[in-house]
Design a protein around this ligand. Structure first.
Ligand code: DP6
Length: 328
């Protein structure tokens, strides 16, 4: 009989920001997306998670930032641990301790870093030794965007068609290495609907969803060719366009929904004003009100200055490309 597996395994994963968005699943159980996506892993925001399988536990125990969690959060981690148990053959319950390292209120704590770190720590604690591709596939089962956080820098999630061929791959390139993301936390709590529910509603009710699937394929080609050519202007332009195309799917859903607030729009307009005044920058926005400004190193000071005046310096965080998953 297996008793306490004395192994406590700790892993760290950084969050990522999608430049070409993932928005819609063709298979919800395995989290197989309708389209590929492309992201940048960020250095500033990460999750550190320890896992130990332990015979003395009568159920999985999950804490985040020293708070025991229950309800939906617990259920989601428990379901994920069931996948790890199924793959590894271990039958014990697990103790999971997770810490989010996100600069105050950056609004970027996400399921991406959480499930990437959990996949790495839990699989190894269960005795598996997965390669990065298998880890990416496993992380994907927790949250789609987590499959990209296994890798550092620019990462493409190749949509595939099933559990075996849907995973992320790193785009190894020296190009665009002066890229910076200025994260603006305009509001912490505005989230009318989770990304999981929002994308499902877009898939089933937006008449434009089939067009999105087509357009993402060409957006992906364009952004990869921009990265290849080290062309920041094309890179930023296509990122901004793709984000707005995603948000058009929320406006055209039934019932419609919107992640932007007034401050989101103010920040978007300011990015455009800065751009027209010669400070090159672009915006991208996920399933929430916060705006991420895409720029290059030489313009960080001017951009942080502008937005610190607008929203307060504590709402502005600068990130650069970050690393892939690591064990401690
Ligand atoms: C807008 O990965 O959180 O950030 O797979 O349902 O867990 P689930 O969704 P999630 O969705 C991320 C949506 C997005 C775009 C992106 O990261 O590509």
């Amino acid at each position: 009989m297996t008793t306490s597996s004395d192994k406590i395994v700790t892993a760290i994963a950084h969050t990522n920001i999608a430049l070409i968005k993932y928005w819609g699943k063709r298979n919800a159980e395995f989290i197989i997306p309708y389209t590929g996506s492309l992201s940048l892993t960020l250095d500033q925001f990460y999750t550190q998670t320890s896992v130990q399988f332990d015979a003395s536990l009568d159920q999985d125990s999950v804490s985040i930032d020293d708070q025991l969690i229950d309800g939906n959060g617990w259920q989601r981690v428990h379901n994920f641990l069931n996948i790890v148990r199924q793959q590894s053959g271990i039958t014990l319950n697990a103790q999971v301790k997770s810490e989010n390292h996100v600069p105050t209120a950056a609004g970027l704590a996400s399921s991406a870093s959480a499930f990437a770190a959990l996949a790495a720590a839990a699989s190894r604690a269960a005795g598996m030794d997965l390669d990065l591709q298998a880890l990416s596939r496993l992380a994907r089962r927790g949250s789609g965007s987590a499959c990209r956080s296994i890798f550092g820098g620019f990462v493409e999630w190749q949509r595939g068609t099933n559990d075996a061929d849907s995973y992320a791959v790193p785009i190894e390139t020296p190009n665009l290495n002066d890229i910076r993301i200025v994260a603006l936390t305009v509001e912490k709590h505005h989230k009318p609907i989770s990304s999981r529910q929002g994308m499902a509603l877009s898939v089933t009710t937006s008449p434009y969803y089939p067009t999105w699937v087509k357009v993402v394929e060409s957006d992906l080609q364009s952004i990869k060719s921009a990265i290849n050519a080290d062309d920041f202007t094309r890179f930023g332009t296509i990122s901004e366009l793709n984000a707005m195309r995603m948000h058009a799917l929320t406006l055209s859903a039934n019932p419609d929904f919107l992640y932007f607030t007034g401050d989101t729009l103010e920040a978007m307009n300011e990015v455009k004003r800065l751009r027209h005044s010669g400070i090159e920058c672009y915006y991208t926005i996920d399933a929430g009100p916060n705006v991420k400004v895409i720029c290059q190193k030489q313009n960080v000071a001017a951009i942080t200055d502008t937005f610190s005046k607008m929203f307060g310096p504590e709402k502005v965080t600068v990130a650069q490309p970050g690393p892939g998953v690591k064990y401690l």
